[in-house]
Design a protein around this ligand. Structure first.
Ligand code: PMP
Length: 427
């Protein structure tokens, strides 16, 4: 038995389910979660000293690879000066200036400590700004675990089969309208009926919590249009795709601007960070400028700012995203080739350093409903085969994969060779 097995049993004594975040428990793929003790570049090392090529990247932040020397140096330097002040620092201004410089739709930004806080506050701000209660979201998108957003949610909520969580009062859930992702006609219809009651639309412009689903042409544009027509706030939840699918995230890639944008993951360079920002006219409603309340003891934490700023500066290198996307392409094309070779129905999606694959007969997947049971079953076997071969994928068929700038051609070739071996067993 592996050391991870013993550690998982020990963990379950005092941690619910042995984990501090549900998908880590391997419920959907079965077996014991792997306990890691170190990570460097594209590689993870587990408690048995086995190495894995990592395509999770801590669920997205590790875009520079794990423990990038410049990020570690920045964190160490800052640690010497103190871990937290709970008072303003220069780095917070530098961070805000940088985000506003990089993303044209953002005029003001507030740092928080997680993606959940960012989306929860963006919703509150949209409600406070418009004086309306209803929010529109899409089935299969995940926006963190605040009450209003845990209705037909994606990610772990989907994986564990509780997309609408107990504990969320009906009186609150009733204000959340969940529509079919990528269905522009449905959005138009709903807005023609009740658009004037809708505070905001929140969407993952590149969805990464129902596997990886790209926006159909015209979908994001329709969201922009109906929000403009009805005075609703358009929130792009770029916690996952921000600084991941391009320097300006999904809004740069698809040319549609949000009113408010939420960030997490990459922006913290591996430290617990989230952010929300957008138009000054809306952001001015947040405390202390305005009446909508939001606060955080560790918000804008200096260590987190040091890691995030160092990371963002490196992403500004002229060809960073071209190099990153070339790696993603090498991976998804290689996987497609071996699947074709073994005549396994298979298709992939990708954007920048984010990808998804589906065991499916359908050649193009853009709807949540297309992520089928057949995919789940093959995925589980593929997952464990790859783990055995030393490739660490997200332990759920509903999650996107992530690549880092440190994944070499050789790492990717090794991954494809492993997939070749594993797919031979799936036929
Ligand atoms: N929004 C999106 C799009 C996410 O992917 C996530 C987390 N995976 C969140 C919000 C919540 O972020 P956190 O887990 O940092 O609270």
């Amino acid at each position: 038995m592996s050391r991870s097995h013993d550690l998982f049993i020990a963990a379950q004594k005092h941690i619910p389910g042995g984990v501090n975040s549900p998908v880590r428990a391997f419920k959907s793929v079965g077996g014991d979660p792997v306990f890691f003790k170190a990570a460097k570049g594209a590689y993870l090392t587990d408690e048995d000293n086995k190495q894995y090529i990592d395509y999770v990247g801590s669920w997205g932040p590790a875009i520079l690879g794990h423990a990038h020397p410049d990020v570690i140096a920045a964190v160490q330097r800052q640690a010497e000066f103190g871990l937290t002040f709970g008072a303003p620092t220069v780095m917070e201004t530098t961070m805000a200036d940088l985000v506003c410089e990089l993303v044209p739709s953002i005029e003001m930004v507030r740092m928080v400590s997680s993606g959940t806080e960012a989306t929860m506050t963006a919703i509150r701000l949209a409600r406070g700004y418009t004086g309306r209660d209803k929010i529109v979201k899409f089935e299969g998108c995940y926006h963190g675990h605040s009450d209003s957003l845990l209705v037909k949610a994606g990610s772990g909520a989907l994986t564990l089969g509780v997309p609408s969580s107990p504990g969320v009062p009906d009186s609150l859930a009733n204000h959340t309208i969940t529509l079919t992702h990528n269905d522009a006609d449905e959005v138009r219809k709903v807005f023609s009926e009740i658009g004037d009651q809708v505070a905001c639309i929140i969407v993952e412009p590149v969805a990464g919590n129902m596997n990886c689903i790209l926006p159909e042409p015209g979908f994001l544009e329709t969201l922009r249009e109906v929000c403009d027509e009805h005075g609703s706030v358009l929130i792009f939840d770029e916690v996952m795709c921000g600084f991941r699918v391009g320097l300006q995230g999904a809004q740069g890639r698809y040319g549609v601007q949000a009113d408010l944008t939420t960030y997490g993951k990459v922006i913290g360079g591996g430290m617990p960070v989230g952010a929300f920002g957008g138009k000054k006219a809306i952001m001015s409603h947040i405390a202390p400028l305005g009446p909508v309340y939001q606060a955080g003891t560790l918000s804008g934490n200096p260590i987190a700012m040091a890691a995030g700023l160092t990371t963002l500066h490196m992403l500004k290198e002229a060809d960073f995203y071209d190099r990153l996307e070339a790696k993603t392409l090498q991976l998804v094309q290689g996987l497609q080739q071996v699947a074709d070779k073994h005549q396994i129905p298979f298709t992939t999606n990708h954007a920048g350093g984010m990808f998804g694959f589906f065991f499916s007969e359908e050649k193009s997947i853009s709807r949540f409903a297309q992520v089928t049971q057949g995919h789940m079953e093959r995925f589980k076997r593929f997952y464990h085969g790859m783990l055995q071969e030393g490739v660490y994928l997200a332990p759920s068929a509903y999650e996107a994969g992530f690549i880092s700038i440190m994944h070499t051609e050789e790492d990717i070739a090794k991954t494809i060779a492993a997939a070749d071996k594993v797919m031979a067993t799936l036929v």
